[in-house]
Write a protein that binds this ligand. Structure first.
Ligand code: ADP
Ligand code: MG
Length: 489
């Protein structure tokens, strides 16, 4: 009897062991199959996103050609707007200057002191004023908004007037720049969308200038606005104050934009005629067969608010980088069970991964990718990610960021090429914006791509600098060049 029990137990144990072994083998095979699939998707992403130096040259050349063509007939995909026809700073400007930077939901009032000789800005004061929703949402509220700006500016000046002893000496100009947000906050779309394509011969811009000057008069502000321009034009003015070689200003944040000087040589060679033509190029609209697009970009674009438009921006700007990564992760979760048998529901929410979180994961140097683990929990409710899955996440971030940054580098080279300055002149390009400021690896990829595209021989000719004075400060330099010009004319 006893013996029978023992035998039966032994048989059962043997069966269990065999069953477990079969299960384990099956599990291991399935797991290997999934990892192979994950790797396959990753390799394909890397392959389609590749930006060899030759490819980047193709992109640069094509952008340069489009810029050339855009000047003649405007019938291409980038948009060139003549934004400013006036002198830019020489670096000798001295004095206290005021500026306004109008943004989507608020505006900044700025005041700073310049000391000439390319000395840095001092005594910079900024105040942010929220714009009431009723004004933002209404495209016909220009007068109300200008009135608010006039009122707040008069208060701001009275608070700061104690050190301003130049006020009476001449009529002062105020620099006015507009930074418009890209469709993030629907409440801001009314009035911002009205002003988002300002050019010198634009009636909306002229109306704005007239309204602002009217409001200044009403509120006793003894300043005048000369032109309302995109904030990259202000950044360009700031770059020019510090260096005569500054030829373009890039903004790289949520969205992207560039301003550059048309034929800079002409002005530098003829100082008697100092008016410069600044072009605001909507390079976010650039598109080309040479752009390394993936299936994720195609679906992102198709499901976006403006399919077929702003393809370059959708590859390089802060609004989209995280979303591209999310789409790759979703595919891996669906087709290769990257995060287990079921797809985490939050992974299906568009734009839930923002570029600061992407950057944090990408730049995670902890041994077990603790930051990635934390972010996956926080953003997607993924509580049991494996270290291997987390590593894959960082690899995806790397591929997407590298491609975006290197394309920005190609775009910059394209602009310098168009100006004919690659071989024989130094060109300074300033960059501002949250993506460039805070995403270290992105910034490094950008810088090294320019160096790689131009090679040892010419890479010293293109100098990329961080924009001066921070957000909105460009308006101060515009005020300076305008006032200065007036004082001497
Ligand atoms: P914009 O003026 O285009 O609205 P900003 O220049 O203010 O944008 O920069 C904000 C954007 O920069 C954010 O929307 C985000 O895309 C990006 N950004 C901000 N911080 C980081 C970060 N730490 N890492 C990566 N991207 C960032
Ligand atoms: Mg900005």
């Amino acid at each position: 009897m006893k013996r029978e029990v023992v035998v039966a137990a032994a048989v059962t144990t043997a069966a269990t062991v065999v069953g477990l072994a079969v299960f384990l083998r099956h599990w291991r095979r399935r797991s290997e199959r999934r990892w192979k699939q994950v790797r396959r998707i990753l390799r394909n992403l890397a392959w389609c996103s590749a930006t060899t130096a030759a490819k980047l040259w193709d992109v640069a050349n094509e952008l340069a050609c489009d810029m050339e063509a855009g000047k003649k007939d405007g019938g291409n995909n980038i948009r060139l707007l003549v934004s400013y026809l006036a002198p830019l700073p020489t670096g000798d400007e001295k004095g206290t200057y005021y500026g306004i930077n109008l943004r989507g939901t608020n505006f900044l009032i700025l005041r700073a002191r310049l000391q000439g000789k390319n000395e840095p800005v001092t005594e910079l004061h900024k105040q942010e004023i929220a714009i009431p929703t009723a004004i933002m949402a209404n495209a016909d509220s220009t007068r109300e908004l200008c009135d608010l700006i006039g009122l707040e500016l008069s208060k701001f000046i009275s608070q700061h007037s104690e050190t301003d002893n130049e006020a009476q000496t001449r009529e002062r100009k105020l620099g006015f720049t507009v930074s418009y947000p890209i469709n993030e906050d629907p409440a801001s779309s009314g009035i911002a969308s009205k002003w988002n394509r300002l050019s010198v011969d634009d009636t909306v811009g002229k109306e704005l200038v007239a309204e602002i000057n009217e409001a200044f008069k009403k509120h006793g502000v003894d300043m005048r606005v000369f032109a309302v321009v995109n904030d990259t034009v202000g950044d360009l003015a700031g770059g020019r104050y510090y260096s005569k070689e500054t030829v373009a200003a890039v903004s790289l944040g949520m969205g992207t934009n560039v301003s550059y000087i048309e034929s800079p040589e002409q002005v530098l060679n003829e100082p008697s005629n100092p008016a410069e033509t600044v072009i605001n190029m909507e390079w976010g609209n650039f598109n080309s067969f040479n752009l390394p697009l993936t299936e994720y970009d195609t679906s992102l674009d198709a499901e976006s608010l403006d399919p077929g438009n702003r393809i370059f921006e959708k590859l390089i700007s802060g609004m989209y980088l995280g979303e591209i990564v999310r789409r790759v992760l979703l595919k891996m979760a669906q087709e290769a069970a990257l995060f287990g048998d079921s797809v985490p529901p939050k992974l299906t929410i568009p734009y839930s991964l923002r570029s600061p979180d992407m950057a944090a994961m990408h730049q995670d140097t902890s041994e077990d990718y603790e930051v990635v683990e934390e972010k996956l929990k926080e953003i997607f409710d993924i509580n049991d990610s494996t270290p291997m899955a987390r590593e894959i996440v960082t690899e995806i971030c790397d591929i997407v960021a590298e491609r975006g940054a290197r394309l920005v580098g190609a775009g910059i080279v394209g602009i310098v090429k168009k100006m004919g300055r690659v071989e024989n002149r130094k060109s300074v390009i300033t960059i501002e914006g949250g993506l460039y400021d805070h995403y270290r690896i992105f910034r490094n990829y950008l810088h090294s791509s320019v160096w790689e595209i131009l090679g040892d021989e010419h890479s010293d000719n293109v100098i990329i600098e961080h924009s001066h004075g921070g957000s909105g400060a460009g308006s101060i330099f515009l005020a300076a060049s305008q006032t200065h010009k007036n004082a001497h004319s």
